[in-house]
Design a protein around this ligand. Structure first.
Ligand code: SAM
Length: 347
């Protein structure tokens, strides 16, 4: 009988850690399939054994069992007894019907369009160009505008991603001297829904591309906010609505490299009243990468590969804002859940 040599224990742990990263695509594609089958909804509803889940989804029982075990091993499911599965707190987010759902988010970010672009990550690293454009011959937003179903999934995915930040923004920003909030790149209106619902004196304008705002009228109507919120379609590089008191731009700048990001800011600057405030909500990269906040660095790389954009450090945001006619008033790191809030005014 042999046992592991003491000096090998760390090597074995390191090997397993590397293999887990190598298997990232396996876990994410397994997760995608589980999301397609709505495995989490079924488990939540009590369909929780390999056999009953296979029956409900038309899957091959022993193979589904292996997939479920794998999802348990990476922390999505639990297996309290052999062959019976539950949802971990992380896996709960895979339910399509919970308020914290990331079900659409999972489906969008594991979509073949993004996956195929990532297979060409080398193109981005060698050239600095986005691999999505290299593969599909167009920018991701042009592609989305031609794919209504995928665009709807994207808008819903963004809405799911935004919910925690939206609640924090609605609670954390001082709207006392504000009448009209303009959300630039406001998507389906999730952020404005949170802001207007908790501040009855406000009205809003949800501004985005035609495909970006497609779901907004429904979202705002369902929340009873249609009469307080206008939905406007347009191109934020050309013009944005005037007459707002507060312009909010959430999770938009990471999509763009510095030149288009500066163009967008100049457009906002040119259209906003001199007395208005600009609030940018998004990730602010730490100056060095650590394992503490991997999501922002994953997103930064994802933006390079799929959009030609970038996340930014605080000093990069300050330079961008100074170059485009703004003075930074405050930077609230992680003030909106994992996202930061930068407030600026016309210089
Ligand atoms: C990453 S999403 C963020 C959406 C929303 N602000 C949120 O946080 O959930 C970026 C948004 O920018 C919009 N967008 C991209 N290009 C645009 C353009 N040229 N004019 C207006 N909106 C645009 C997209 O349609 C999309 O809704």
């Amino acid at each position: 009988m042999t046992s592991t040599l003491p000096d090998q224990a760390e090597k074995i742990r390191n090997r397993a850690a590397l293999i887990q990263v190598i298997g990232g695509y396996m876990a994410s594609q397994a997760l995608r399939f589980a999301a397609e089958l709505k495995i989490a909804d079924l488990i939540h509803d009590g369909v929780d054994t390999s056999a009953t889940l296979a029956e409900a989804t038309g899957a091959h029982t022993p193979s589904l069992h292996r997939l479920l075990r794998m999802l348990t091993a990476v922390g999505i499911l639990t297996e309290p007894e052999p062959g019976r599965f539950g949802l971990s707190a992380v896996g709960e987010q895979l339910r399509s019907d919970s308020p914290d759902s990331l079900h659409a988010f999972t489906l969008f970010f594991t979509d073949p369009a993004l996956f195929t672009s990532w297979q060409q990550v080398g193109h981005s690293i060698r050239t600095g160009e986005d691999a999505f454009h290299h593969v599909y011959g167009k920018n991701a937003y042009v592609y989305l505008s031609e794919q209504p179903e995928l665009s709807q999934l994207f808008n819903y995915a963004m809405s799911q991603e935004s919910r925690i930040a939206a609640a924090n923004v609605a609670a954390g920003i001082d709207f006392a001297d504000v009448k009209t909030v303009v959300d630039i790149g406001g998507g389906d209106g999730t952020l404005l829904r949170a802001i207007l619902s908790s501040h009855p004196h406000l009205d809003g304008v949800c501004f985005d591309s035609p495909s970006g705002v497609a779901e907004a009228p429904g979202v705002l109507e369902e929340a009873g906010l249609s009469d307080r919120c206008e939905v406007v379609a347009g191109d934020f590089f050309s013009a944005v609505p005037a007459d707002g008191d507060l312009y909010i731009i959430k999770s938009v700048f990471q999509d763009w490299d510095d030149e288009p990001a500066a163009n967008l800011l100049r457009t906002v600057r040119a259209n906003m009243p001199a007395t208005a405030r600009l609030v940018i909500v998004g990730s602010v990269l730490t100056d060095t990468a650590t394992t503490d906040e991997p999501v922002m660095f994953l997103t930064d790389a994802n933006m390079l590969v799929t959009a030609g954009g970038r996340e930014r450090t605080e000093s990069e945001f300050r330079t961008l804002l100074a170059d485009t006619g703004f003075t930074v008033r405050s930077v609230g790191r992680n003030a909106a859940g994992p996202l930061s809030v930068i407030t600026a005014v016309p210089a």
